[in-house]
Design a protein around this ligand. Sequence first.
Ligand code: ADP
Ligand code: GLC
Length: 491
Amino acid sequence: MRRKGLKILMVTSEAAPFAKAGGLGDAVSSLANSLSSLGHDVRVLLPFYSVIPRDLRQNFHPLPGILSVHLGQEHWARLWEFSPPGRPCYYFIEYDQFFFRDRLYDGPYGGFEDNPQRFAFLCRAAIDLPEFLQWIPDVYHVHDWMAALVPIYLETVARHGPLAHTGSVLTIHNLQHQGYAHRSIIDYAGLPWELWQPDKMEACGGINFLKGGIYFANKLTTVSPTYAEEIRMPALGCGLEGVFRFRGGDLVGILNGIDQDLWNPAADPTLPANYDVDSLSGKNLCKMDFCRQRFNIKEAGSRPLFVAVSRLYSQKGLDVLANILPWVVETMDVRFAILGCGEWLLEEQLASIMRCFPGRIWFYRGYDETLAHRMIAAADFFVMPSRFEPCGLTQLYSMRYGALPIVRATGGLKDSVVSREQGVNRATGFVFCDLTHQALYNAIGWACATYYDCPDDMLTMQQNGMRRDFSWEQSSRRYLDCYHWAMEKKT
Ligand code: ADP
Ligand code: GLC
């Protein structure tokens, strides 16, 4: 049966290339692109942050009129539109008191105190938007705690209005962040007080946005099948495992795809040389260029280059890598290059290790997308020893760029990387289980031995990864099934 094109409204705090702190922004916009190319009317609402690059902002157009946002008290905001032909339509809600800041979520002293108010505002704006546009979505697809109040509004104060038949799908990209607030947020958001109950939004005497969203969304997804199982158990359920078991029948794990045009070694304009699966000589030039610039050496081929590009937070397990790095470079003939920023102590640790091992370890403290592309292209191996990883995109990027991922068997890493022990004809990387110093050291040693002793296997594994299909093709169809299930619940 052929289904009609859907009207989908995505609500998100990030969308690449406008505003991104990590993979959430990549995932939302590449899924939106994929759904739009399948013929659906996809629109995306996000805040008009002052960090959106000026050259992108130049293409936004103001919508006529002012949106009134019906929180406990009415607020008024302007909307801007960016609607390139054949692509999703983006709406940016302007409210400088909340979104005119140097960063998306946090300052030097941690998360912004008014984050609950900022994202309650976004969610309520998403509820008021359809009438303003005279465009009623079939389904809301909302992402993480920042958009989790949308399903709650839909099932409470907006239950009988024009959105009465609109379904909701909540995708959890990272359960570590749940959106805790003082209970007074209920009045601020204009929500009813009966939500302040343990089987709704209440948590530890306050309010948990995500918990409420999980109770009320018509369908729940997370970004890999393994993570969808892991969060039902205490170790990775972050206190919500009981809620997931309660809603378990509606929870689906769908592996993220990637934007294969943006991440394409054969046409990536940021690289010094392009290459594809049939000829990797360009990759060697990328490695040579990188090693010359960052390690001040002329040759590239002799030693393996291990790379990590990451937010530096405990989730990513790079503290364990930092602890063993001196031991690794003293006992193995390898080079390490790391790009990242996050926890200050880890940044300091990596910076001081780099000073002790010049020419062998290089660390760049910061966020730099061009450099990320160049490092992944130059890498022989990509290290990602995450404590937990809902999906992970960088291991997908690295396989596409012929860098073999070394990953811990968790979440989307387990679902996307085929380990060497599965046989060289299928393998795309190295998978280890325990996040211990010894296990990570052994995995790096295993990769190093493959590089030096089995270059043919190495090439086969690189080609296996480069040939894998990481497009949204299949996953976006699974999201469409979820949208239809959600809509059925509202008919
Ligand atoms: P997460 O969202 O948990 O950070 P993902 O692997 O899903 O992990 O996505 C990370 C995204 O952020 C990728 O696009 C990666 O290239 C990018 N990224 C992370 N840290 C940096 C950095 N320091 N510089 C440039 N890009 C980065
Ligand atoms: C989160 C997760 C990451 C995932 C990304 C996109 O940031 O930490 O694993 O890839 O969202 O879904």
